[in-house]
Ligand binder design. Structure first.
Ligand code: FDA
Length: 307
């Protein structure tokens, strides 16, 4: 327990190290990162997406990027995202797009993010592609949700993420209800203080179940993003008990994690979406996955997950 907590904090600390982040861009995916990242460019990810689609799995792609703090860089990101959407349409890929608002200028100005997002969402709407705004650390949660609400009044094809470790999430689900939201529900991946987040894992798990139930019973489309059998089985039982149709929810898992479970769920008739990150900015993502479950990486290095 203590070792686990120390290793979690260590990897979360490393995930924020900008020097290592810079070096990692030069190295390219290393230390098994290539097992959980789809390539350095979107073109490298396309054959992977096709393979996943052929296996009956849907995808959401994420162009990895953190610590973007210049306006031109954020505009480049936005252009690249639009290019990705056009490529998805051109190849008729079963794929949505996930993105982080900090990669589009959230830490620079709200107007810049809105401008970038509107261009992306216009392109996505034209091609029938859904875009989900990932949730970052708690200091950005309020601004992310305000931007989500603002954009959701104009665009239908937009989702965001709610983290069950945050105390505020129950109220957020209530407030988002009137926006007909598409929500991905997760436990939460960042290092947060006990002032804003449940320190105990059992509370985080229990709250995730509570939020899943609430959002599904509100009638909203829900993505249950977890590798945890306890959460997956809870959702299946709830759906059966409450007669929630299987087209009102989907399961989501990260690329390279629990591959066989992904396929099994798809065979059972559930929609399963694989979150596939790509890009040279793999470092922060990789470290957060290490923090969650160092065993993931040991497996990844050994190639156990590659099927
Ligand atoms: P957790 O790590 O709590 O593990 C619980 C149990 O599940 C383990 O004890 C084990 O039994 C099993 N398990 C977990 N991983 C396994 C594996 N690889 N193989 C076998 N068994 C495993 N976070 C965030 O803050 N913002 C975001 O936007 C997102 N987005 C996102 C999208 C998607 C598609 C996913 C799957 C996750 C996210 N996350 C996220 C990350 C999320 O918050 C969370 O940190 C991780 O999913 C880890 O929590 P789990 O519920 O998966 O299991």
């Amino acid at each position: 327990m203590v070792v686990e907590a120390i290793s979690k904090n260590f990897f979360l600390f490393l995930s924020n190290n900008r020097l290592l982040d810079k070096l990692a861009k030069k190295w390219g995916p290393k230390f098994g990162a290539d097992k959980i990242v789809g390539g350095e460019t979107f073109d490298q990810a396309v054959p992977l997406i096709k393979r996943l689609n052929q296996q009956g799995l849907q995808v959401t792609v994420d162009h990895l990027g953190e610590f973007i703090n210049s306006e031109p860089e954020s505009r480049n990101r936005s252009q690249e995202c639009m290019e990705t959407i056009r490529t998805i349409a051109e190849h008729q890929l079963g794929s949505e797009v996930s993105l982080k608002l900090t990669s589009l200028g959230l830490d620079i100005s709200e107007e810049l993010v809105i401008e970038n997002m509107e261009q992306i969402l216009d392109t996505a709407e034209k091609h029938g592609v859904v875009v989900t705004i990932d949730m970052e650390d708690s200091s950005r949660c309020e601004r992310t949700l305000e931007i989500y609400k603002r954009l959701k009044t104009k665009y239908q094809n937009l989702g965001t993420v709610i983290q069950s470790y945050l105390y505020r999430s129950d109220c957020d689900i209530d407030e988002l209800d009137e926006y007909d939201p598409y929500l991905r529900l997760v436990k939460g991946a960042y290092k947060e203080s006990g002032k804003v987040a449940f320190p105990a894992k059992e509370k985080v798990d229990a709250n995730l179940k509570h939020l899943i139930k609430k959002n599904l019973l509100n009638g909203n489309y829900t993505a249950i993003a977890s590798h945890d059998d306890q959460i997956i089985n809870y959702t299946k039982e709830l759906a059966a008990e409450q007669r929630i149709p299987t087209d009102q929810f989907e399961f989501q898992m990260l690329y390279g994690m629990r591959n066989q479970t992904q396929l099994d769920l798809a065979k059972e008739g559930y929609t399963v979406r694989v979150y596939l990150p790509y890009g040279d900015d793999w470092y922060g993502y990789f470290m957060r996955r290490m923090a969650e479950r160092p065993a993931n990486i040991a497996f990844a290095i050994k190639g156990v997950f590659s099927k």
